[in-house]
Design a protein around this ligand. Structure first.
Ligand SMILES: C[C@](O)(CO)[C@H](O)COP(=O)(O)OP(=O)(O)OC[C@H]1O[C@@H](n2ccc(N)nc2=O)[C@H](O)[C@@H]1O
Ligand SMILES: Nc1ncnc2c1ncn2[C@@H]1O[C@H](COP(=O)(O)OP(=O)(O)OP(=O)(O)O)[C@@H](O)[C@H]1O
Length: 291
């Protein structure tokens, strides 16, 4: 009996995000320090002659199970690149809110590529996997390894993996889906327009979480302004997080609307999460470790 393969599709968090400019093809060049959370979706693959997908989990309602799902799009893109592959039945346990700036769909797509690589005896580091990942979505390459690193270009240029001090965080989503394309549109750059050529990436060799938070607080997320225009509830979420006892930094991830708050220790993040769950029962609130 062939055994089922399993992977975690961890939430991606943009600890900072700088928009460098807009390319002639309309995509935006970014610089972002990306970390990954302990919370994520779970994806399994049971070998079978046909490719299929089923979905369960608290955030799975309404997600497509057909070729529009990023899991199946990634699988088909891989066989488009490499030819016939051993297939199987995917099952996704969806815990991450959809269209929320923490790359849940990208993490699922990357997870599908990892599982198919394992099933087909492919090297997880083979360049074709990275090429396919970049074709499926801008955030998929960084999710392939799901390790903290600098992300540049439109998402396809990755720095080496970084050993960040673990950050005690709370992730919060107010339940308003935000389309990435709408936020970039609101930024209002013309195709070919450069915003900045200077590199302002944060120093990433911080030894302690306190050092890293100090470095992060000198940068920001350039998409926060446009995202506030698309999802005004961010004007409530960010000050609410910043006002939590012990919060050292509150910021939006990606194109929103998920925001994160950073704390000194596990106790402070757990207390903050409990208090938010009480005060905002409709929000998705998760204490987690970012690394
Ligand atoms: C904002 C980030 O979350 C930061 O990590 C990502 O850049 C978004 O990555 P993603 O959701 O995987 O994006 P995709 O699904 O590839 O693209 C969705 C849309 O966002 C815009 N887009 C995306 C990435 C990028 N670097 N520039 C863009 O302009 C494009 O209009 C694109 O059609
Ligand atoms: N497996 C999947 N999980 C989530 N969304 C999916 C999936 N497959 C397809 N989608 C579609 O992809 C879109 C983006 O979803 P996703 O949750 O990845 O957005 P996001 O968190 O904003 O990502 P990013 O941070 O990369 O911009 C949604 O409109 C959703 O319907």
């Amino acid at each position: 009996m062939p055994s089922t393969l399993t992977t975690r599709a961890r939430a991606k968090v943009n600890l900072n995000l700088r928009v460098i400019g807009r390319r002639a093809d309309g995509y935006h060049e970014l610089e972002s320090l990306v970390a990954f959370a302990s919370v994520g979706d779970t994806l399994t693959l049971e070998p079978a002659p046909e490719l299929s997908l089923t979905i369960s989990g608290p955030c799975g309602n309404g997600l497509p199970v057909d070729g529009d799902n990023l899991v199946l799009r990634a699988a088909r893109a891989l066989s488009g690149e490499l030819g016939a592959l051993r297939w199987g039945r995917f099952h996704l346990v969806k815990r991450l809110p959809v269209a929320s700036g923490i790359g849940g769909g990208s993490a699922d797509a990357a997870g599908a590529l990892r599982l198919l690589a394992r099933l087909n005896g492919l090297q997880p580091t083979m360049p074709a996997l990275l090429d396919v990942a970049a074709k499926v979505g801008a955030d998929v390459p960084v999710c392939l390894e799901s390790r903290a690193r600098l992300m540049m270009g439109i998402g396809e240029c990755l720095g080496p993996p970084l050993r960040l001090p673990p950050l005690f965080a709370v992730l919060v989503n107010p339940g308003v889906p935000v389309e990435t394309v709408a936020v970039f549109r609101k930024l209002g750059l013309q195709a070919g327009q450069a915003l900045s050529s200077s590199r302002t990436l944060p120093e990433t060799n911080s030894e302690t979480a306190q050092d890293l938070i100090a470095v992060l607080s000198r940068s920001g997320n350039d998409l926060e302004g446009p995202a506030r225009a698309v999802a005004p509830i961010l004007d409530t979420v960010l000050p609410t997080l910043a006002g939590l006892p012990g919060c050292r930094l509150a910021r939006m991830s990606g194109s929103g609307a998920t925001c994160f708050a950073l704390f000194d220790d596990c106790r402070a993040s757990a207390d903050a999460a409990k208090s938010l769950q009480r005060s905002h029962p409709g929000w998705w609130v998760t204490p987690t470790l970012l690394r």
